[in-house]
Design a protein around this ligand. Structure first.
Ligand SMILES: Cc1cc2nc3c(=O)[nH]c(=O)nc-3n(C[C@H](O)[C@H](O)[C@H](O)COP(=O)(O)OP(=O)(O)OC[C@H]3O[C@@H](n4cnc5c(N)ncnc54)[C@H](O)[C@@H]3O)c2cc1C
Length: 369
């Protein structure tokens, strides 16, 4: 007899959500990992899709987020590297309430910690415990674990870094998310209501590592000038409203996602480029799928049964593979400097922009990973 039904290893957003979700099924859960630190807040804001919001609502976390912590996106404009290449998405045209909700990373972590304090079946631990199932949610840091499990993790370094920061603009955001594919960098401005309602953005700017390091080392005024040159005048003048933080960018995944008594969830299983804002959405979709598979198991089947866990892997393999290929393909397409490819991709964007069913298909993929 094991002390716990499940040990969740790694207390990031995916690990915390999984612990809450499994506890709601009546399972006893040991969550290994410290609560979110308030010493250095995560400056990121995540673009969450409808499926992720639905899960967080069911976990009673979403509605507790404070004012301004979640900002709906009604429109999205994607620009290529010429005036002809532009794609526009609107929630109205796609017949959905919102395209995404931009969510404060630090606020979400804190609300998950609060919910965990009140969750009756979750115990926080700081060392491994005896459990029928270990769910590895250690994110990108899972390499050593994956090696020990012989899970065959493959990872390619893009040689890029993503700079994240909060910005305040002189013009209102009007709930429009903007993205520039500017060979070789990709820049996203996500509309946000913190620190200033209606005028803030979360920045995610992916660049070759050397250029990113130079921008991180530049003083605030020089950084703002470079940013202004990159985005043009549409959003007004942008000012930094937080520290800048950076993440090295990789793509990869584990070859094997489960075995007897263990399973991989979130970034521990798959890491994608942030250009489509889908990494956490994939991880939360993993949480929903694994919880549903465990809830629906036969009465005689244990939670660590590999045949049960394979049902979860079968559900998640195809959408994860597709999103990894889409983000990687887009990045490579827009990193290609040659003139014919440039023309082709910009023409391609304007064609997609005019084909409503194709746009609807693309939106549906992004809304439900
Ligand atoms: C700049 C940037 C912007 C992004 N924007 C978006 C977005 O808009 N939308 C979106 O969906 N995704 C986005 N992502 C992706 C998203 O950040 C990740 O997919 C998500 O954070 C993964 O969550 P996780 O809990 O699986 O892993 P992590 O967030 O890495 O959490 C893992 C946790 O495990 C802990 N840990 C590690 N090793 C151990 C161990 N041995 N024992 C115990 N604990 C351990 C770590 O300390 C950490 O707390 C973005 C990523 C970047 C870099």
């Amino acid at each position: 007899m094991q002390a716990f039904d499940v040990q969740v290893s790694g207390a990031g957003i995916v690990g915390k959500s999984l612990a809450l979700s499994l506890a709601r099924l009546g399972l006893s859960v040991a969550l290994r990992g410290a609560p979110a630190s308030t010493a250095r807040e995560d400056v990121r804001a995540y673009a969450l899709n409808a499926a992720s919001v639905d899960l967080l609502q069911r976990l009673k976390v979403w509605d507790a987020l404070g004012a301004g912590a979640a900002t709906p996106v009604h429109d999205m404009v994607v620009r290529g590297d010429s005036a002809s290449g532009e794609l526009e998405f609107s929630a109205w045209e796609q017949r959905v309430g919102t395209l995404a909700v931009i969510t404060d990373a630090a606020a979400l972590e804190q609300e998950l910690d609060v919910a965990l304090r009140f969750a009756p079946h979750v115990t926080r631990v700081d060392a491994d415990v005896a459990a029928s199932l270990v769910a590895h949610c250690e994110g990108r840091a899972a390499a050593a674990t994956l090696h020990a499990l012989d899970a065959g993790f493959e990872r390619t370094d893009y040689g890029q870094k993503a700079i994240a920061a909060r910005l305040v603009a002189t013009l209102p955001h009007r709930h429009v998310a903007r993205q520039w594919f500017r060979s070789p960098d990709v820049l996203a401005l996500l509309p946000f209501d913190r620190p200033e309602a209606e005028r803030s953005y979360a920045l995610v700017w992916s660049l070759p590592a050397e250029r990113a390091d130079a921008l991180l080392a530049a003083d605030a005024a020089a950084f703002e000038t470079s940013l202004g040159e990159a985005v043009g005048a549409d959003v007004g003048i942008l000012r930094l409203a937080s520290e800048r933080a950076a993440w090295p960018l990789v793509v990869g995944g584990a070859a094997t996602w489960c075995g007897p008594g263990w399973v991989l969830v979130g970034d521990a299983a798959h890491v994608v480029h942030p250009l489509a804002g889908q990494g956490l959405n994939l991880g939360l979709a993993d949480v929903a799928a694994l919880s549903a598979v465990i809830a629906g198991r036969e009465p005689w089947r244990g939670v660590g049964d590999e045949r049960l866990l394979r049902r979860y892997v079968r559900q998640r393999a195809a959408p994860t593979w597709a999103m990894t290929r889409i983000t990687d393909g887009l990045l490579r397409l827009f990193a290609e400097p040659s003139a014919p490819i440039r023309e082709l991709r910009n023409n391609g964007m304007s064609i997609v922009n005019r084909v409503a069913p194709l746009k609807r298909w693309l939106t549906a993929r992004a809304l439900d990973t």
